[in-house]
Design a protein around this ligand. Structure first.
Ligand SMILES: Nc1nc2c(ncn2[C@@H]2O[C@H](COP(=O)(O)OP(=O)(O)OP(=O)(O)O)[C@@H](O)[C@H]2O)c(=O)[nH]1
Ligand SMILES: [Mg+2]
Length: 663
């Protein structure tokens, strides 16, 4: 079983929108023989962009898991979306990956969203190799892209290939580790003689120096022998990749089928197997004979039934087994286990530690749930979920369709837990919230496609309230003593602004408020954060200190202190200086330089604050902080202002004080 694990790679393909992740995935499936036909994003024929909207829009929306084999290794691959609105989908995938290929556009180099996913992968400790794609494009420049990896991602690039030819003439690569050269014509890879041995030696030397600078063992050999053996170099590159001290860089053109085989070799050679990463749970080894535990990271409501994607962390799960969802206490039966192999599924009898599979039969377990052997329960850590910032009201066009709409909404949220549905008690409407305009547009379109005619309101952003000037010594007496068991809780609190969303402390002395009541006050304060005094928006940036309190021998209880905490903070917030905050995004616009004035003027009209602006020949790149509320419809506007030549990307940049008109 250990050989099975050592020969498994669970990897993700991560990048900025349009860098070529899906195309790279498609070529990997083709080259490994998992598919016989090669699909294209622009024809809507790729394996991993299988959703109707993905095919129509030419973008990836849902992470797709597929499996293939290369050089005796099983590779489980997750193609992730690049658009920022779907970053929660990337986050959920990162949780179950052991390694990743970061794809970069050979012309643009590191783009804003590549920076964001790079940080996300840092947080999850996922080792990466880099693939600089699109070297066939005009103005593609490997060295410039490598430079941007160094400066923008703050990591040492370890370039292991030298391209042969450039742009249209980019035909192959020289492998600096094996000192062999390969070219590709339309289909096949051919080994050729190294075209420029002097340049190979020079580049190899640069690579050896970079590796020796990061790896002690390699440094000793480098100093003693004035160079590195191939085996030392390869071993050091693997260790540096797994520790994250450096990043191996490869290059190619996925679209033109160039560089895929060496990329697969690098995945096998440098990225970790499930045995190389620390166990996710201290008491559960990643072995097949331990009790079963796995994490649900994706749910797909396929027409043939619900597919629940599970990463197995320990033990073995067999067809027909009963598993426990630790979070809900519910048991479910696994009727089938599948390897999703591109367009076909392979049925498995069982799956064990280290594997990524889809199971059929599990109907209720949600994304993030731990499934485990009923007699050996445990809970695997959940990932934090991004908070929705944009909402729309949705309503069934015909009253008779209201129930169908609820069912369709429930299904949407099941597949995508970053969508939130709630009823607005004031208007009686159903409000759908998500991470961005495109996120909601896609969700609404899915509702329509499921056959429920809906009307949709204008998108709204989610505001927050924060404390700018606090109050001290607020005394709140919660007392109800009218027969029976009463309620008695006195609390004295200070409230101050905070950089954290919520901080709670206690300076109560002499046990005047027992510990469990202090906890209850904290819980009550959290309850109070749900609605601020200005507009009922959630409250953030509050520091509450419980200074003193009073209990009653008979009538004090945890519920009484919780209520007192909630009402005390509500009152304190009414007396504090408060401000409304609005969500803002960092927007990066790339446009022809003759449109620079129009772009800047439009950003200013949208209350944008320009933070950075650079020009490349013929092109201007502007970065600005813009309130999210002003960004609705920006895509259409930018297109018209630049005759379709401008593009932009956004990423969340927190909250800032909103103008008075909003509050
Ligand atoms: N010239 C060139 N175009 C490429 C290459 N790889 C991908 N493309 C094109 O770039 C566009 C985007 O490719 P995708 O594979 O959809 O990119 P992606 O990273 O999956 O995009 P999202 O999933 O939407 O973030 C498509 O039109 C591809 O045909 C390449 O190597 N060279
Ligand atoms: Mg894609």
């Amino acid at each position: 079983m250990r050989t099975h694990l050592a020969k498994t790679r669970n990897i993700g393909i991560l990048a900025h929108v349009d860098a070529g992740k899906t195309t790279t995935t498609e070529r990997i499936l083709f080259r490994t023989g998992a598919t016989y036909k090669q699909g294209e994003v622009h024809d809507g024929t790729t394996v991993t962009d299988f959703d109707a909207q993905e095919r129509q829009r030419g973008i990836t929306i849902f992470a797709a898991a597929v499996s293939c084999t290369w050089d005796g290794h099983r590779i489980n691959l997750i193609d992730t979306p690049g658009h920022v609105d779907f970053s929660a989908e990337v986050e959920r995938s990162l949780r179950v990956l052991d390694g990743a290929v970061a794809v970069f556009d050979g012309v643009a180099g590191v783009e804003p969203q590549s920076e964001s996913v790079w940080r996300q992968a840092d947080l999850h400790g996922v080792p990466r190799i880099a693939f600089v794609n699109k070297l066939d494009r005009a103005c593609a420049d490997l060295d410039a892209a490598v430079g941007s990896i160094r400066t923008r991602l703050h990591v040492t690039p370890l370039v292991v290939q030298l391209p042969i030819g450039a742009e249209e003439q980019f035909t192959g690569v020289v492998d600096l580790v094996t000192r062999r050269a390969f070219t590709w014509d339309d289909q096949a890879m051919t080994e050729i003689e190294v075209p420029d041995a002097v340049e190979l030696d020079r580049r190899r030397r640069i690579l050896e120096e970079a590796v020796a600078g990061l790896h002690t063992g390699a440094l000793e050999e480098f100093v003693a022998d004035d160079g590195l053996e191939d085996t030392t170099l390869r071993a050091a590159l693997r260790e540096l990749t797994i520790s994250g001290a450096g990043v191996v860089v490869l290059c190619g053109s996925a679209y033109r089928n160039r560089g895929i085989e060496p990329l697969l070799d690098a995945v096998v050679a440098y990225l970790p197997s499930p045995l190389d990463v620390p166990p996710v749970h201290p008491e559960r080894p990643a072995t097949a004979d331990a009790p079963f535990a796995g994490l649900v990271f994706k749910v797909h409501a396929a027409t043939t039934g619900r597919l629940t994607y599970v990463r197995v962390y320990s033990g073995t799960i067999a067809k027909g087994a009963t598993v426990l969802d630790t979070g809900t206490g519910r048991t479910e039966r696994v009727s089938r286990i599948l390897h999703v192999q591109a367009d076909r599924h392979t049925e498995l009898d069982d799956a064990s530690a280290g594997d990524i599979v889809a199971v059929v039969g599990v109907k209720h377990a949600k994304v993030g749930a731990t499934l485990c052997a009923p007699d050996a329960p445990l809970v695997l850590e959940r990932t934090a979920t991004a908070e929705p910032v944009v909402s729309v009201a949705v309503e069934a066009r015909a009253a008779a369709d209201t129930d169908r709409l609820s069912v369709a909404l429930a299904r949407l949220v099941d597949e995508d837990p970053s969508l939130v549905v709630r009823g607005d008690p004031e208007t009686g409407q159903t409000v759908l919230s998500g991470l961005g305009e495109l996120h909601l547009e896609v969700a609404v379109e899915s509702l329509r496609r499921s056959g429920v005619p809906v009307t949709v309101g204008r998108p709204q952003v989610s505001y927050r309230e924060t404390v700018v000037a606090g109050v001290s010594g607020l005394l709140y007496r919660h007392v109800k003593q009218d027969g029976g068991s009463g309620q008695y809780a006195h609390v004295l609190i200070d409230v101050a602004p905070s950089d954290e969303p919520f901080v709670f402390g206690s300076t109560v002395v002499g046990g005047r408020v027992p510990k469990e009541y202090v906890k209850a006050v904290e819980a009550g304060c959290r309850d109070a954060l749900a609605e601020g005094p200005l507009g009922g928006h959630p409250v953030t940036g509050v520091h509450v200190t419980l200074v003193d309190g009073q209990t009653h021998s008979k009538d004090s209880s945890e519920p009484a202190f919780r209520t007192a905490g909630r009402l005390a903070l509500q009152q304190a917030l009414r007396q504090s200086g408060m401000a409304v905050l609005e969500p803002v995004a960092e927007v990066t616009v790339t446009a022809p330089d003759d449109a620079a004035g129009a772009v800047l003027g439009d950003l200013a009209a949208r209350r944008g604050r320009v933070t950075h602006s650079t020009t490349r020949p013929g092109t201007v790149v502007v970065t600005a902080t813009v309130p999210l509320a002003e960004l609705f419809g920006y895509a259409t506007r930018l297109r018209s202002r630049t005759q379709g030549r401008g593009t932009f990307t956004t990423r969340p940049a927190g909250y800032q004080p909103a103008p008075a008109s909003v509050a």
